[in-house]
Each structure stands twice: as C-alpha cells, then as structure tokens.
Design a protein. Structure first.
Lengths: 309, 585, 317
C-alpha cells in the first residue's frame, strides 16, 4: 500500500515524471540505432546531402560551360557519366541538381505535412464548428484545379519582377499551401477514432488539459500515419518539381534539377540511345526515396507507442 | 504538350516547276496549314537539307526505302487505305469556321479552293479554270470549271462563291479569315448591316463571277480564291447576322475536295473515302485516314499502323528512320522562319549597332544547328530557302564573332563597367528575354547567357508556362527580347508585313515601308524578286529582328506509296489524289 | 442521419457555389484569353472577336451569365470546337472512365493482397522486395514507365498494340470490338495500376501491421483460433475498414482522366481535352469540366465521411 508522502506526490506521479520528454527521446534514439536498416537509410541520406552540396566544389565542370565538341557523349574517363546535349558533364549536373531537388522535395513535404497534420488534428479533435470550417475549407481547396493557380501565380511572380532563382521556391510554397487538404483529411480520420479510445477516455477522466492530451497522447499515436504519409510524399514532391519545370515555373536553364534532367530525355530517341542522361537522375531519386522511406519506417517503429520491441 | 506559335513545314520539291498563270500575284491565304498542323497548338518540326549520301537520293533529297520486306504485317495487309498522322483534329470540318490549324488539314481534303499555289507559292488554278484581273487591278473575274461538283453531285456555281464571300463579311462571323483586309467594295456596309448584299460581288453567269475591290491589293487573289461552300446546304436558313444554322453544320461538311468525310472518331481518327465527283477524277486510293497522334511518336510508324509521319531532321531521327528500312525519307524545309524580336522602344535596342552586336555575339550555329544535330539552318533574312524570293546575294551571314560584337558595342557608347556589364549614361545593358517552355528555348537561354555575358550584356531570361501566357506578357510590352516563329508564309509579303504595320514595337523604317509597298503593287514575279532582294538587304543590315533559324524536317513514309509531294503551303492535299499504293511484292 | 444529410447537402451546395465563383475567377485571371494566342489576327479583329464572345465584359457579369445558364443545364459551346460542352464530354469522358475504373479496381485488389501479406510477413524477404518495388513505382515518372512498356511490349515483342483505343481503320463491332478495346487497354491500365499501387499498398501494410500488434489479436491467438480465422475474421476487417473512407476520394479520379497516360498511349480521354482547352483558354469547356470534378469531389467526401461512420461506429457523424 502506497503512502502519501509529505510532498503530495505519489509513486505514480514520480514514475510519470520519469517518463518525461528527454528520456523518451533518448530511449527512442537508442532503439533507432539498433535498427540497422534505418541507420543505413539515414547514412545514405547524409551521404547524398554531402556529395550534392560539396561534390560540385571539386568538379572542374561546375561552371556548366557549353562544349560543342562532346555533345551527348557516352561515359568515359573524362566524364564519368557522359555529357548532355550541350557537352556539359552529367555527373556534376547530377550533384548540382541534387541540391535543389533535395531541398525542394524535403521542404515542401515538411511544409504540407505540417499544415495538413496540424489542421487535420485540430479539426478531428475539437469537432464542432472548428471541424466544419476546416473541413469545408479543405473541400473548397480540393475542388479548385491546380493548373490555373500555377499559371496565375507564375504571372504574378513575373509582374512583381521576382528574380527567377526564387520563383521555384515560392511556387513550391504555394503548392504546399494548396496541397494540404488530402493529408488533413487522413489525419482527421485517424484522430476521430483515436479520441474515442479508452486511453483517451482515461485521460479525460484524469482531468488532463487539452494541450497535454493532444501533444502527449494523441500526437504520438498519429506519428506512424504522419510518417508514412510524409515519406510517401517525398518522391512525389521531388517529382512535382519537374512538373513545375514543365510549366516554366521551375528553375531557369542552365540550372539542373533531377526532374528536368529526366524530362530532357522523354523522347524515345533519348530514351533508347542516351541512357546516361536519364538513368543517373532516375536512380538518384529512387535511392533517395528508398532511403527516406526506410528511415521513416524505422522512425515510425520506434515512435509508435504500441510497439513492444 | 506545350504549344507555341510555331508553324508548319512541308516539302520542297524542285521537280515541280513554276507554272505560269495569266496574271500572277503571289498571295497568301491566311491560315494555310502544312502537314501535321500549324499555329495554335503546333510543335515545330524540322526540315532536312543535306542528307547523308549513304543511300542513293533523288535531286530533291528523297531517300528510297532500302528494304520493303521489312514492312510490318499491319502495313502490308492494307491494300486501299493510307494512314497519315495528324496531331489533333477537333471536328470543326468546314473551312473558315475552324479554330484549330489541324482541322484545316482535314478541310484541305474535303474542300478545293478556286485558286491554289504550287510548291514555290505561285498561284495556279484549282476549282477555277482561269481568272482575269482588270487593268486597274481592282476587279477579279473567276471562271469556274464546267465539271466542278460538290460531293453530292450538285454543280459548283457562282451562287455558291457569292454566298461564301458574303458570309465572310457577316457581322456574326467569328472565324480566322479576316476578309476586311481584302477591302471588297460594299463589304463594310454589309457587315454594319447597312446593306443586304455585298455591292462588289457580281454574278455574271452560273460559271462566272466577278468581285471589285476598293484598293489595289496583290494579296487579295488567294483570299478570294479560297474554298467554296455550297449555298444550298450551308445557306439554307441563313439570314444576315445569324450564322447559327450554318455553325451547326460545321461538323457535317459537304464539300468538293478529293475526299469525303466518312467518319470522325474523336481523339482517334478522321476517316475519308474517295470522292467520285471530284473535278480532277476520283482519287486512286479509296480510303484515307488521319490518325490522331502526337508529333514525334514513333511507335505507330514502327509497328506499321501509320504510313506517313513527320520528324525533326536530327541525325538520330534520320538514322532511326533509315534503320527501319521500309520507309522512304523525304527531307524538307518549312516556309517560315524563326526570329528573336527586339523591343525597339528600349533605348539600347533603338541603336542599329547594338542590334548588330547582339547578332554577332550570339552563337546561332551552336544553338540551332549543332545542339540540334543538324535539324536547322541559320537564318539571316525574313524568307525561307524554299520561297521564290529567297536570296543570299549581298546578305551578311553574321557569323559568330564576339570580337566584332564588342567593338560595335564600344562604338555605340556602351562601355564595360566595374561589374563586367556594359553601361551608358549610368544605365546597365540588361536585356529581359521572354520565352515559352520548349527545348529549343532552353538551349537558347543556356547559350545566350554565356555568349552575352562574354560581351558584357546582362541577359535576364524568363520562361512562361504556355504560349498563351507568353503572348499575354508580350502584348503588355514588358520585354526586351522575345523568341517566336512565323506561321506558314505563302507570299513573301507575309514575312515582312510585320515590319510595316506597327506590330514590331517601335520599329519604323521608311525605306522598308517604301520597298514593301512597291513589292505588292505589281504582280510580276521577276520584278517582285528584285524588289525583295533589295528589301532583304536593307533588313539584313537594319535587323528589326534577330533572325535565328529555318527548321529542317523529314517525312518518313511507307515505301509502297508513290506520288507523294508535300506542298509547302498546302500540304499533302494537292498531290493526294495522285497517290498510289503499290501492291506488296 | 437525415438531419446530418440535409446539413451536409446544404453545405455541399454552398461550397459548390463558392467554388464555382472562385474557379471562374481563376480561369478568367489566368494570363491570356481565347483570342490572345491567335497571332494572325489584327488587334482590331481581336477586339471584335472578344466582343462577339463576350470576353470584354467585366468578370462578375460573365460569371453571372455562366451560372444562370448552368442552372438551366446549358454549359455553353466550346469556343475551340464549336460543339456543346456536354457533347464533348460524352465523347471523351467514358474512355477515361474505362481506364480509371479498371485500374482502380486492380490497384485496390493488388494493394490489399500484397499489403496484407507483406504485413503479415513483416521483415521477410518478400516484404523487403515489396517495399523496394513500391518505392520504385513511386519515384519513377509515369511517362517513363509508359514509354518503356510500349517499347518492350508493342514495338519489340509486338504482343500488344502501341496505342490508341482501336486499331487504326478497324471496323470491328460487337465482341470483336470489345476484344480490341481490351487489347488496347492492357498497357495503359498496367501503367496506371503500377503507378497507383505504391501508396495504397504501403497504407494497407501499415494498417495491418498496427492491427496485428494489438491486444485483441493476441487474445484471439491465445484462445486457440486458427491463424486463418485470426487473420481474416479479425485482423483484416479492422485493418481494411478505415481504408473504406478512401473510396470516396477515388470518385473524382474516375472521371478526371490522366493527361500523361492519355498522351503516351494516344487514348482519347478527357485529360488531354482538358489540357488543350486550357492552353487555348476555352472557358466554357474548362468551367464545365472543373465543375463536374468539383461536384464529384464533394460527393466523394460526403461518401467518405458516411463510410467512416459505418466502419467505426464509435465515430459520431
């Protein structure tokens, strides 16, 4: 039988305070490190970032100078991945492209996931008017087609004379703002069932405040779903940059991105005859997506309160 | 998928001589389409000039198929049908009432004009047997052929011609053909509703009709000599100001061309069957199909589902076509040209020396020829090599010469500043370029940035999501440089008209105007040739545009088909009735 | 339930109304209009045409005209094709529907099977293979897979047709027609399925993993139930039910068409039509199509919400 000590705190209290933030994260980190697959994913990502941001500094071709004598040359000693139609080194461009694709892909994914989860969670939790307003707004956004928005935004950027280097980022930002409804609905859906579970009833009975319920109890249960969706979206986000390029809202030539490098080879001729043009960027995106997803999976396994490993 | 205003290309065929007709004027019919489409929605095709001489080639560059036995089964099985690719016919198959250039290709098979043009752009009789122009050049009289019939065997009469000309003046007419440019007498009055018929049109007898203009206009012949619509069919409930009934018949055409419309499968095919009432006799091939395909697609030609396709004349494409073995390969150059337009209201660009410097300073050969594997030729005058007015006499080729460019800029007072960019009176030489999203523009931007930086010019490019958005920006005047191609030119005047009608912002050269007017004031081709030579020399020096390229393309077609000639202005329609499909050996 | 429905329906109408205004404004404000890109016209003629089409009126007035006509079921004439908008839809939309419906069906079937099996065998070689495959499908641009399959199956092996809905010049009717369409459908449906299967499989797998780890499964096993009963009667149902809500979201996709697939395979679908209409700013057609998708979207969300309640009765509507 537990006695009530002088300080007014029970055994249970002490134990719950022992489970406060720092130790949970440290525990999770330790478990994460044990998951070899997730670690390899993280390592690969780090490697990718490093070579993309630092690699071009060591390349003699970083100025993207046009060399008409070696157009569309297959890989050989001087150019490990060959050259493109203007004689520029594919490997260097691949790394330079990685900078943009990685930044853009991850940022826009983070942004839309953040907005979507936040709004979805709030809508699902509070129900009532807040829910209705958010839902209706989401519905409205879902029905609006993206294409005219892109064009109008592009025209506005042109009107406001925004330097072309920044336009792509602004457009991705704008796309994230417009792209959250889908994710929000998913999160809201999950939230709806979560809040009815017994542990939430217990939390209510205990008299916990909303913020605590949301942050300490509901959010960790939402993490698995959020992570799955987030990692799923990365590939899409990187590729959506190439869609933007297609509409002239991406980077200005000669700046390369993985998306527009792949695009440059979308004719049957390039596809068949110059595989070194599209295989490297394609493989880069593929490996990055896998790495992020593996890492995300590991993260999810670790953060999932239901996991008993 | 992104469209642009590039126009279409057709074949050059030097075997067809220039046929002299009584009074000649070259006139262009606006909106004439080459094969595989034109203006709106058209992707540029390239032409092929010098073919590799590994195969025996005819004087016009035609390479015979090496091995007809490689022809796919599907193609061998066809005995009376020819299939040609077309990007996107929409179904509006009546001339003057189409909005899409591709529908014009379909119409050219369904309807025959009074006057057509030969491969050099010289007018020749078609449905009209002959025509006369009065001494004051204001009245045109057309004589219809006695055996001209519509496909339902009713004869084509002067009534039909009058009807066609009349509705083109109607207030409710919303099509592409702008007859107000022809200035028919009484046309404006009809349009305003002040008259119930067009005064200048006179029916002399069922086979003869004359029309009087208010002003001499050498371009009028081809406008007036356009397609004829049957009055009994289209004009059934026609009342002045109301074209609704007519519009409802646009998708169910009744014409007088070599083929009749058999079936239209939206998004897939347009099927034709030979017209036995065609004035020149029933076409030899019974069935014709326009298959909806995207420009550079190969899979249909490779598998034999398509007999005829156009491709950019890159070395890769040509090699691939040759490898297939069962295709005849016909190179051609479009009757149009590409250019970069200067905004002459920009202070720096007002100076001829700056414009010349920019031309010397841009490596056009790399951009258009080398990086394109030879699928284009550098342009220096506003006329294509296939046009009768083309000349290289006294024309400066502006070969890439950055040293000369720098000298010219120095001379013009633009001195290199601290940042490496030239300055004059405290202003930097910054040029704002607007372009659409195309591969060639990408290359242009990449190279131009480098080239111009080397001569001290700050090149600021901007790309637009589609052609429409680009034009909207262009209309607003907020640009310094913009890259375009002209649409298909029929008469050389088409290629220079923009220099005199104010379409080039801020450009006004009295000498150019004088020569332009001189050239359309006469209908004698030799005289006009000389005038155009002088005009081109002036333009070549003054550079209202930075001329860029002539695109080269190739047609690849089933080796079994004989008789194919592609007219630079009229496409395949002119030679189609004479095509034959040789039996498989 | 009925009060919920009436409330939702009122919301839906309001949203559609607001959406129509917003969408109309968006299209009207997109740079360039129907007349702009026709560079052959003189400025005077362009002005004349704008007047003829009513494009020079203020935006709100144009919207008013459109919505009034729309209420009477008149969605206007396509500017570019001179045909009633609804007729044009009818010509193209069922082709898109055919592809979308078939591929959605296969996507779901395969996603469920693969997702469940790989969840059950988590961390096995099968699971890893599946995951790699999913990521590949999600990181490769669609036109690539399309071109690749066409090259292999149509051009090199000649097993399947290279594109189009029918062989050119074919006059097949009845069963022969059906067979031809099926043959032509195979590649496009394969590509669409490959592209869509990734995320759905991952979703099912994730759900299944969650469910399997729960206590009631442990209880069921402890009670001695066969693995099959545990899997099918208990785990599967709980894992799949939340996914039912996704069905509602598929509705607009069934009629939306896919631009890239249709372009690569020459399929006469509505995606291509939309893109072309957008390039030339064919407003009546754009509005008609977007509103159609909007209607389907709101219906879809309504369906989703109701199905969610059906799946998990603890969730109040």
């Amino acid at each position: 039988m537990s006695t009530i000590p002088a300080t007014g705190r029970t055994e249970a209290d002490r134990r719950s305070s022992a489970r406060k933030r720092p130790s949970l994260w440290r525990q999770s980190l330790r478990r994460l490190m044990k998951n070899k697959l997730a670690v390899s994913g993280l390592v690969f990502l780090a490697f990718m970032f490093l070579i993309c941001f630092l690699g071009p500094l060591f390349s003699p071709y970083a100025d993207n100078k046009i060399n008409t004598t070696i157009m569309n040359h297959a890989p050989y000693a001087k150019h490990w991945l060959g050259t493109d139609l203007l004689g520029r080194d594919v490997l260097t461009r691949l790394l330079q492209a990685g900078r943009i694709s990685l930044t853009v892909g991850i940022t826009s994914m983070l942004l839309s996931v953040f907005i979507g989860s936040l709004l979805g969670a709030i809508a699902g939790y509070y129900r009532g008017v807040v829910d209705q307003v958010i839902l209706r707004f989401a519905d409205l956004l879902l029905t609006v087609p993206n294409l005219p928005i892109l064009f109008i935004f592009g025209a506005l950027l042109s009107e406001w004379k925004v330097p072309t280097e920044y336009r792509m980022y602004m457009v991705m930002l704008m796309l994230s703002f417009v792209g959250w409804p889908g994710l929000a609905r998913l999160i809201r859906g999950q939230m709806l069932s979560l809040r009815e579970r017994e542990f939430m009833q217990a939390a209510t009975v205990l008299g916990l405040r909303d913020r605590r319920k949301l942050v300490h109890h509901l959010l960790p249960n939402l993490f698995p779903l959020i992570i799955v969706v987030a990692t799923l979206n990365i590939g899409g986000a990187i590729l959506s940059e190439s869609v933007l390029s297609f509409f002239g809202l991406g980077v200005m030539p000669p700046t390369p991105t993985w998306g527009n490098m792949i695009d440059a080879a979308n004719t049957i001729i390039d596809f068949e005859k110059h595989p070194w043009l599209w295989i490297p960027p394609g493989v880069s995106i593929f490996l990055t997506v896998i790495a992020i997803n593996i890492f995300g999976d590991g993260l999810r396994d670790v953060l999932d309160p239901k996991q008993k490993k | 998928m992104v469209h642009s205003a590039c126009a279409h290309i057709s074949a050059i065929d030097r075997f067809i001589g220039v046929r002299q007709s009584q009074r000649l004027g070259g006139k262009h019919k606006p909106g004439r389409i080459g094969e595989l489409g034109q203006h709106r929605g058209l992707r540029q095709r390239c032409a092929f000039g010098q073919c590799g001489s590994r195969r025996r080639s005819a004087a016009n560059g035609l390479i015979q198929a090496a091995d007809l036995s490689k022809l796919p089964e599907t193609a061998k099985k066809r005995t009376d049908t020819v299939i040609v690719g077309l990007t996107d016919p929409s179904g509006a198959f009546t001339p003057y009432f189409t909005q899409s250039g591709y529908d014009g290709n379909v119409n050219s098979l369904l309807f025959t004009p009074l006057v057509t043009v030969d491969n050099k752009g010289v007018p020749i009789p078609a449905l009209a047997e002959k025509w006369e122009i009065s001494p004051d050049q204001l009245t045109y009289t057309f004589h219809l052929r006695k055996n001209a019939k519509f496909s339902d065997s009713t004869p084509v009469t002067a009534d039909d011609v009058a009807f066609t000309w009349t509705i083109l003046h109607d207030k409710a007419y919303d099509g592409d053909t702008d007859f107000s440019l022809v200035k028919v007498k009484g046309g404006q009055a009809y349009k305003d509703g002040k008259a119930t018929s067009v005064e200048g049109i006179k029916i002399i007898d069922p086979e003869t009709i004359s029309v009087t203009l208010e002003q001499v206009n050498a371009t009028a012949l081809l406008y007036l000599g356009g397609e004829v619509l049957p009055k009994a069919y289209y004009g059934k409930d026609y009342k002045q100001g109301n074209l609704d009934t007519l519009k409802s018949l646009v998708t169910k055409p009744l014409g007088n061309g070599p083929y009749k419309l058999e079936k239209f499968i939206p998004g897939q095919e347009v099927r034709f069957v030979a017209n036995e009432n065609y004035y020149a006799g029933k076409p030899k091939i019974e069935h014709f199909i326009y298959k909806t395909t995207d420009g550079d697609t190969w899979q249909f030609i490779e598998t034999g589902e398509q007999d005829f396709g156009g491709f950019s004349a890159t070395q890769d494409n040509i090699d691939k076509l040759k490898k297939l073995g069962f295709l005849n390969i016909q190179p051609y150059i479009a009757n149009n040209y590409g250019y970069i337009q200067f905004n002459h209201e920009h202070d720096a660009l007002k100076d001829k020396r700056v414009r010349q410097a920019l031309t010397y300073g841009l490596d056009r050969k790399t951009i258009y020829v080398d990086s394109n594997q030879g699928a284009a030729q550098v342009a220096n005058i506003p006329a294509s090599p296939v046009s009768w007015s083309y000349t290289e006499d006294g024309i400066n080729p502006y070969n890439y010469d950055p040293v000369k460019a720098k000298a010219l800029l120095d001379e013009a007072g633009w001195k290199v500043g601290a940042s490496g960019i030239r300055e004059k009176d405290g202003k930097k030489l910054t040029l704002h370029f607007i372009g659409s999203k195309k591969k060639t523009t990408d290359v242009l931007i990449a190279v131009a940035k480098e080239n111009y930086a080397a001569i001290g010019v700050d090149f600021q490019p901007e790309q637009f999501a589609d052609f429409n958005a680009q034009i909207a920006k262009y209309d607003s005047g907020d640009f310094d440089l913009v890259a375009f191609s002209t649409s298909l030119l029929t008469d050389p005047a088409d290629g220079v008209v923009d220099f005199v009608n104010g379409n080039v912002n801020g450009y006004d050269n009295p000498k150019v105007k004088e020569l332009y007017n001189k050239a359309i004031a006469t209908t004698d081709i030799e005289q006009r040739k000389a005038i155009y030579k002088e005009l081109y020399q002036v333009i070549n020096d003054d550079l209202p545009y930075l001329f860029t390229s002539y695109n080269k393309s190739v047609y690849g077609y089933n080796g079994r088909i004989a008789g194919i000639e592609v007219n630079p202005s009229r496409g395949i329609a002119v030679s189609l009735p004479n095509w034959t499909l040789d039996p498989v050996k | 339930m009925s009060t919920y429905l009436t409330r939702r329906l009122t919301y839906m109408l309001l949203i559609l109304f607001a959406a129509s205004l917003l969408i109309f404004l968006l299209y009207a404000l997109t740079p360039g209009d129907f007349v702009t890109s026709n560079i052959k016209l003189t400025a005077a003629r362009k002005a004349e045409l704008r007047e003829l089409y009513g494009l020079n009126k203020p935006v709100l007035e144009r919207y008013g005209i459109w919505i009034k006509n729309a209420f009477h079921g008149d969605f206007g004439f396509s500017l570019a094709q001179q045909k009633p908008v609804l007729t044009l839809f009818h010509d193209y939309i069922w082709n898109s529907f055919l592809l979308a419906a078939t591929s959605t069906f296969f996507t779901w079937v395969f996603a469920v099977i693969i997702g469940v099996i790989s969840a059950y065998k988590q961390y096995s070689w099968f699971d890893t293979l599946v995951m790699v495959f999913i990521f590949a499908a999600m990181s490769i641009p669609s036109f690539f897979i399309g071109l690749f399959l066409i090259k292999i199956f149509a051009v090199d092996l000649k097993w399947l047709p290279p594109g189009g809905m029918l062989t050119t010049g074919s006059n097949a009717v009845g069963m022969a027609y059906v067979r031809e369409v099926l043959r032509h459908m195979t590649l496009p449906v394969a590509v669409m399925t490959l592209l869509g299967i990734g995320s759905l499989t991952r979703y099912f797998r994730s759900n299944m993993i969650d469910v399997i780890k729960q206590d009631f499964i442990r209880t069921a096993r402890a009670k001695g139930m066969t693995e099959r009963t545990v899997l099918y009667r208990h785990a599967l149902r709980n894992a799949l039910l939340p996914a039912i809500t996704l069905v509602g979201f598929e509705l607009p996709g069934l009629f939306g068409g896919s631009l890239i697939i249709e372009k690569i395979f020459n399929w006469p679908g509505i995606g291509q039509l939309y893109m072309q209409s957008f390039s030339v700013r064919d407003y009546p057609l754009l509005m008609g199509f977007t509103m159609l998708i909007a209607v389907l979207t709101v219906i879809g969300t309504l369906l989703s919400d109701i199905l969610y309640h059906v799946a998990d009765p603890r969730v109040k509507l």
